[in-house]
Design a protein around this ligand. Structure first.
Ligand code: HEM
Length: 145
């Protein structure tokens, strides 16, 4: 009888832990995962760069920049902000945008292009919003307020 009880207890524990690991697998993906991890973010940033070039509200500001460095740094920044295992090693936002006189229209234009780039990469709307939310605290630094 004691053995049967122990066997039952063992089975219940096994079932419980199986449920637990199933739960882990079905739990909702992180923002970083939803963005396609670092490689997905790198593609989004590449698409963003094409959109910037086409956008007369902001393209003049980007004339002559080191595109490769901008791509690497923005990818690392978005990777880190979305909870990924990256560390941004570029300059502070206030420093890199100083003297640019970024306007509200330009800030919004960049955010809009980022949303379009995410849309092109089939990122779910909820994840798009969560990434934009992470950028809001950078607004005063980029606008130099
Ligand atoms: C959410 C908004 C923005 C984010 C997250 C962002 C992020 C960044 C990052 C990470 C860099 C690289 C910094 C470095 O290499 O040290 C950068 C550089 C730059 N950003 Fe932004 N930025 C934003 C908005 C804007 C806007 C609105 C403009 C202008 C219209 C702008 C113009 C530039 C330019 C021209 C550079 C290159 C500076 C240089 O290499 O000298 N950014 N930005």
């Amino acid at each position: 009888m004691k053995h049967m009880f122990q066997a039952l207890l063992l089975i219940s524990l096994l079932v419980l832990s199986a449920c637990q690991s199933m739960d882990d697998k079905t739990s909702s993906p992180s923002l970083y995962e939803q963005l396609g991890e670092r490689s997905g973010i790198a593609t989004i940033v590449e698409d963003l760069l094409y959109l910037i070039v086409e956008d007369d509200r902001i393209n003049e500001q980007f004339a002559g920049i080191d595109v490769r460095q901008f791509h690497t740094n923005l990818t690392d920044q978005l990777c880190e902000l979305s909870g990924g295992p990256c560390s941004y090693s570029g300059r502070e936002m206030r420093e890199s945008h100083a003297d640019m006189n970024v306007t509200d229209t330009q800030f919004n234009a960049l955010a809009e292009n980022l949303i379009l780039a995410m849309e092109d990469n089939n990122i779910p709307t909820g994840a798009q919003n969560r990434l934009i939310e992470k950028l809001v605290p950078l607004y005063p630094q980029i606008r130099n307020l």
